[in-house]
Design a protein around this ligand. Sequence first.
Ligand SMILES: [Mg+2]
Length: 398
Amino acid sequence: MRIEQVEIFHLCFEYPEAQRFRYAGGVCTARLTSIVRLRTDTGLVGVGSAYSHPGMMDLVLRGQLVDLLVGEDATDVEGLWDRMYGMTRWYGRKGAAMTAIGAVDVALWDLRGKAAGKPVYELLGGSDSTCPAYASNLLWKDSPEELAEEAAGYVQAGFLRMKMRLARTEDYDRAAVLAVREAIGPDRDLMVDASMRYHPELAKRMGDFFAEQGVFWYEEPFAPEDLDSYVGLRGKVGVPIAAGENEFGLQGFRELARTGAVDILQPDVSRCGGLTETWRVLQMAEEHGLRAATHTWSDAIAVIANAHAISASPVGITVEIDQTRTPFIDELIGRPLTVTDGTIWLGKAPGLGIELDDDVLERYRLPDPLDLPAGSYSDMMFGRQHLPPVLPYIEAGA
Ligand SMILES: [Mg+2]
């Protein structure tokens, strides 16, 4: 099975005014994703996606990887991964190059499954055609009542778990957690994301509060570089610490595991190096007695690819599904991702079991990935007017 063509699509979706959201990174106006589609001489097609700067993805893919891939045997997934990694090592290893490699790698796994007539989770040794999934949203709102109403909606929609964003002020963070906990009751899982905005003393104080509220995990209290603060916090609060959405490659996650920084690793196939590397991370998690819950904040390809890995892994907890209503989640694969009793269905179809909707690829196509319209794309900002204001975090009693 030879690779004949590498198609690259960069997509941009602008939220209608009323759907824009606020969080610690400012006001999000739009979203971006980059998609890779591999066509082979067998007629089989594989898809993957990258969550990064589209211009950087384009440079790495068109500048180096396409040339390496065309004409190669698509079934040599790990061999191609090694060659892509080697070719980008001097500027890669973490960040954009690993993300671009990951998009190709996910498409290769999709092809591997299609060629074998098996879903990816089966290739990875799994047998469960479903995967637990949680609602990810509950961003900054004007009042705790609005958050409570949103949270109750996820319960109605079939979710058993959900994640909220904090790191606004200490009073807000506490009131927000109390309101959502009250709305969903004691039996559903609540996760909190501190958006890397706490300092060690505050993180401990908030961690004690989260433990009282039965929080299921406590995500990114600190920046990914600040391993010492993670090491200092873990085990001192009665709630599991989670991080990894800003980490890349096995070597990055190995640092988190070796130092004892976290309880739950959060790799993302669309960011950290694809399914090949995410699977290595999940196996390492198992060896270290850690658990894993993949991150996704981009598109349905990433959710589904992450879900195949989580479903197959004995230490996989759940996948994340963005609930801000973007077409990259709701329309890209021709159907919305529906959750029943807290799980999504992966089915028995070979590969990732998904087809792309070409109309969506056309409708949201970004004409030039190196010329991004000004805006805030959640994790990336372009244009001075969209830079987030420096908001001090106000602690209680301050
Ligand atoms: Mg997060």
